[in-house]
Design a protein around this ligand. Structure first.
Ligand code: AMP
Ligand code: ZN
Length: 469
């Protein structure tokens, strides 16, 4: 069976035909490095790692180029650096933030069994280049020369009116966008949807020599970064571009506008793939709701990376995913079952059965592939099947050690939670509801939810608890 992928650009699933089968090229937008990656950020990293592995399986490991960038210039980075290192010069503080975050990101995702991409460019290395590769400033100058961008008050803006089919990826016309726009329109913009390619730097901020026509130093906008890195490493037109569904508009729409207008091509990438969003226990993940879950804290809480990976892949990548404690428990049970057999064959096999591979080739149907995997649990092919999904080098030992850690964590949690529950029940009996509510809130702060039920026989209230994050 041929590989089929769902293309956001055509809104259809179609057979994938690489431009050059000896060099299949894929670009995925990577993290902005200012804070721990959350479990939502892990989704595109894992999903596109599965696609990378599948492409390597089909075309050969030497014939796939995968680029996943690091965004290391951004307002959020500057703000975090100023907050965390108020006594350092901003540039130094920024370096500290980006280096530490990038290191943490790599540690987190390698625990999730993610292969390094072929190239992992940093945005700041592609602002100006002297090796002839495409860079942001030359791209911007080309766009100005071709009449697709204009300089205004030390900014360079992309003129969306200059591109007749702007909006094709997100399937919206410019008129519709303008009608729905809630963006505050800067006075120097010609049109409300025109977006920034370059802006002047504020004093003390990192800054680079600007494109011609601007005398003050500045810095690039977010969208131009990906156009330059993709162009430099994959060429003007490549096979696959991926990212989370939230990036479709404006980020990917604007990447397309920049790259196509600069290179005068009809597409930037042939296939656009977007993963669905992740929410936590039925709610949107946000810092203010207190349900913001990082990869790091899940690992520290004792969840093996393999369990997190399996939990992610049990939902098809295009569907929304609800990340729950119950789902994690179930994924852990599945893995424990798979790896509980002492006789697991750890020698390498190249044999990946067709039914399993066909599931993956059908727009990365990982839930189906996992169902197939169950059927092979006692076969000698099990390890190569697991490897195709990224459960690599797994000998059962890692999981057993992690199981033990998890059991210990659960034990120590129970020993701090249970006395509090008993104290709360006591308080309720004395009708000291202020105290019982206070204890419940204290437990909620620890991520513990309580459930009271009446025992039918004794009439007593009984309380059970669960960890909600
Ligand atoms: P960011 O650092 O916010 O630019 O996000 C990095 C990647 O994570 C992008 O591909 C986003 O689309 C993706 N992403 C962010 N939040 C979520 C989420 N809750 N669910 C799935 N993907 C997400
Ligand atoms: Zn991007």
């Amino acid at each position: 069976m041929a590989l089929k992928l769902h293309n956001t650009l055509t809104r259809q699933k179609a057979e994938f035909e690489p431009i050059d089968p000896s060099n299949v090229r894929m670009y995925v937008c990577g993290p902005t490095v200012y804070d721990y990656a959350h479990i939502g950020n892990a989704r595109p990293v894992i999903v596109f790692d599965v696609l990378f592995r599948l492409l390597r399986q089909i075309y050969g490991p030497q014939h796939v180029t995968y680029v996943r960038n690091i965004t290391d210039v951004d307002d959020k980075i500057n703000a975090r650096a100023a907050r965390d290192y108020p006594n350092l010069p901003l540039n130094e503080a920024i370096r500290k933030v980006t280096e530490a975050t990038e290191k943490q990101f790599h540690a987190d995702i390698s625990a999730l069994g993610v292969l390094p991409p072929t190239f992992e460019p940093r945005a700041t290395e592609y602002i100006h280049r002297d090796d002839g590769r495409e860079d942001m400033v030359s791209l911007i100058e080309t766009l100005v020369d071709r009449g697709h961008a204009y300089v205004a008050e030390n900014h360079v803006l992309f003129d969306v009116e200059s591109m007749p089919d702007y909006g094709r990826l997100s399937n919206r016309s410019l008129d519709e966008m303008e009608a729905g726009a809630r963006v505050e329109v800067a006075p120097y913009k010609k049109g409300p949807m025109d977006f920034v390619l370059w802006k002047p730097a504020k004093p003390g901020e990192p800054a680079w020599p600007s494109p011609s026509g601007i005398d003050v130093p500045g810095r690039p906008g977010w969208h131009i970064e990906c156009s330059a890195m993709a162009g430099a490493l994959l060429g003007p037109v490549f096979d696959i571009h991926g990212g989370g569904i939230d990036l479709t508009f404006p980020h990917h729409e604007n990447e397309i506008a920049q790259s196509r207008c600069a290179h005068e091509t009809s597409v930037m990438a042939n296939v656009w793939l977007h993963n669905g969003f992740l929410q936590v226990e039925g709610e949107k993940m946000s810092k203010s709701l207190g349900n913001f879950v990082t990869i790091h804290e899940l690992l520290v809480a004792g969840w093996p990376g393999e369990v997190l990976r399996l939990n992610m892949l049990r939902t098809h990548y295009r569907q929304p995913i609800d990340w729950t404690q119950a789902g994690l428990e179930e994924s852990r049970k599945i893995l424990t079952h798979w790896f509980s057999r002492e006789e697991i064959d750890t020698s390498d096999h190249a044999n990946v059965p067709h039914d399993f591979l066909d599931a993956l080739k059908d727009d990365l149907n990982t839930p189906k592939a996992i169902a197939e995997l169950h059927g092979y649990a006692s076969s000698k092919d099990f390890k190569s099947l697991g490897a195709a999904l990224g459960f690599l080098g797994f000998d059962g030992e890692t999981l057993r050690a992690a199981e033990q850690r998890l059991a210990e964590t659960a034990h120590s949690l129970a020993s701090s939670v249970e006395p509090l529950i008993a104290a709360r029940l006591e308080a309720r009996k004395r009708k000291d509801f202020a105290e019982s509510d206070r204890i419940r809130d204290e437990l909620a702060q620890m991520g513990i939810a309580l459930k009271d039920t009446k025992n039918k026989e004794t009439g007593e209230i009984e309380t059970t608890w669960e960890l909600t994050r």
